[in-house]
Design a protein. Structure first.
Length: 540
């Protein structure tokens, strides 16, 4: 199975380098070594306690990457912090969503306690330091510092104190904070008042919140992210209703939504996210960048999309689908407007930028964060041409993880996650070519296991497939750098097992195992030992 997947990857690489025999040979050799490694770790008996074991990856180490390349882990406030009602924190839409619609979470769980990082952050920072990570990407809970979402309705000083303490602890251990301002959890008060990101009123409130953070933390934080995955927020919250606030068209009965419009709201929310992002970047550049000497960007998600068959209708479908997901945000950020294909298919349901807004949005980043996990096959679906309008059908494509019964790559725990490491290389090369090679950080990349309470702890710590996943993706990132992609860092998702949105605690992405039944104790998995060795190894 592993050989079959690698040979598929070789075929795809050949298509990209048919006119470069030397490059083709090098890539063939790279993938052959990769295939042998995958086979070795999948069949070998692995000793989690002996980090001296090489596992066949001695050719790749920290020194394989350029000087200054950053290695870190990533998290989000709702998934990690807990303390949902402590010290004056206000509710976010995820607090409300998980309480009001527990059936939309696979195990009916929530983030009320999560990993209790609100109290255990010092221990978690010590783990990062021990492993050798340079950076930690985390998000600030908007409703923890502004319980009602608005500056004029009161600042929660205890909330600010928590983030000061976390940032200070990181810096004391030599770990650089990368701070995300919005990671899906808008204050419920703003959702109640005007519909959150459905309203342009959110732009001013988001700017005020961001300015509070710049004033409070900007002398210590040098890397800011405005918004995490605007696509996921639009799709999950307003097209499918699977994420908070759980809105979608009521005629989409299988999705069990009680309010919303999947034909209008996803595009409106995306539009307001872009405007809010751009206003915050303008604010930072105008008032804070010179004195604080920081950088600011946005995080986008991208999965690699493979045509279901090498025929024009499916090739165009894959390209169109990529524009409906990644280009939806990347094109305005780099060119000032939405992709032409979206305007052609969505027409007047897609909001329009004014001339001033185009200027505001275009170029509004110092770096792009890229979250990559997996790949999908995409096929043209002509039947959707006459379907009721919805973001879910507008691109007229069908997305799948199998072709002729064969999965696109080895499956992880989640149905949507299959190992396809060449996808990250293809996306990075596409961004380099299409978008003038911007500065990129890989801000999330990870693999999940099933949370199986019936297996012994020792077995749960043997996560050899996670090692395979990270090693493979780091190898292709390294290859992309050698081919000119402007990549500055890599953040694994995630340091710890955590609350995974609508999957709850049913899957585990962590390098550390969290015992949810016994005080949330953290245990190092084999992958954490692999990373520790990787980060401390140098070329000889």
């Amino acid at each position: 199975m592993y050989y079959k997947n690698c040979f598929l990857q070789i075929k795809l690489i050949q298509l990209r380098f048919t006119n470069n025999i030397v490059m083709e040979f090098r890539v063939h050799m790279f993938l052959l070594v990769t295939a042998l490694f995958m086979l070795r770790i999948s069949n070998a008996a692995v000793d989690v306690d002996d980090i001296r074991i090489d596992y066949g990856i001695s050719a790749l180490n920290r020194s394989s990457f350029p000087p200054g390349f950053v290695f870190g882990t990533a998290s989000a406030a709702y998934q990690y912090e807990g303390g949902a009602r402590e010290d004056g924190k206000g509710p976010s839409i995820w607090d409300t969503f998980t309480q009001k619609y527990p059936e939309k979470i696979v195990d009916r769980s929530n983030g009320d306690v999560a990993l209790d990082s609100y109290h255990k952050y010092k221990k978690d920072v010590r783990i990062m330091k021990k492993m050798g990570f340079d950076a930690y990407r985390f998000s600030i809970s908007w409703s923890r510092v502004l319980p009602y979402g608005k500056l004029n309705k009161g600042i929660n000083k205890k909330g600010l104190a928590y983030y000061h303490n976390l940032i200070d602890e990181l810096l004391a251990k030599g770990i650089q904070p990368y701070v995300t301002l919005f990671h899906f959890d808008i204050p419920q008060a703003l959702e109640d008042e005007y519909g959150g990101f459905r309203s342009p009123a959110v732009v001013d409130d988001f700017r005020d919140y961001a300015e509070l953070c710049f004033k409070e933390f900007g002398h210590k934080v040098k890397y800011w992210v405005t918004i995490n995955e605007p696509y996921s927020y639009c799709y999950g919250g307003y097209a499918s209703g699977l994420f908070a606030p759980g809105r979608c068209s009521d005629w989409q009965t299988k999705l069990n939504c009680t309010g919303g419009d999947s034909a209008i709201e996803p595009y409106l929310v995306g539009h307001h996210q872009l405007l809010a992002h751009a206003e915050v970047v303008k604010l930072y550049r105008t008032k804070y960048k010179e004195s604080q000497k920081g950088e600011i960007g946005i995080v986008l998600i991208a999965n690699w999309l493979v045509p279901y068959a090498e025929v024009p209708r499916h090739q165009y479908a894959a390209k169109r689908s990529f524009d409906f997901k990644f280009g939806w945000f990347m094109k305005p950020l780099t060119r000032g407007d939405y992709p032409h294909v979206m305007r052609s298919y969505v027409r007047n349901r897609l909001p329009k930028f004014t001339k001033e807004q185009k200027k505001l949005v275009k170029g509004s980043f110092d770096f792009i964060g890229l979250n990559y996990y997996s790949a999908f096959y995409v096929a043209y679906d002509g039947s959707l041409k006459t379907a009721r309008p919805s973001y879910l059908t507008d691109a007229r494509v069908h997305q799948t993880v199998e072709r002729n019964g064969i999965p696109i790559g080895p499956k992880a725990a989640s149905d949507w996650l299959h190992i396809f490491p060449i996808g990250i290389y293809n996306i990075l090369m596409d961004i380099k070519k299409t978008y003038n090679n911007p500065v990129i950080y890989i801000t999330e990349n990870g693999y999940d296991d099933q949370n199986n309470a019936s297996i012994p702890l020792k077995e749960a710590l043997h996560d050899k497939k996670r090692i395979q996943y990270h090693q493979q993706h780091l190898s292709f990132i390294n290859l992309a750098i050698k081919h000119g992609a402007n990549i500055k860092g890599y953040f694994a998702w995630s340091l710890l097992d955590n609350f995974e949105w609508n999957s709850g605690f049913t899957v585990r992405f962590g390098l550390y195992f969290v015992d949810y039944k016994n005080g949330l104790k953290r245990y190092p998995k084999m992958s954490s030992r692999w990373f520790r060795k990787f980060l401390h190894r140098r070329k000889h």
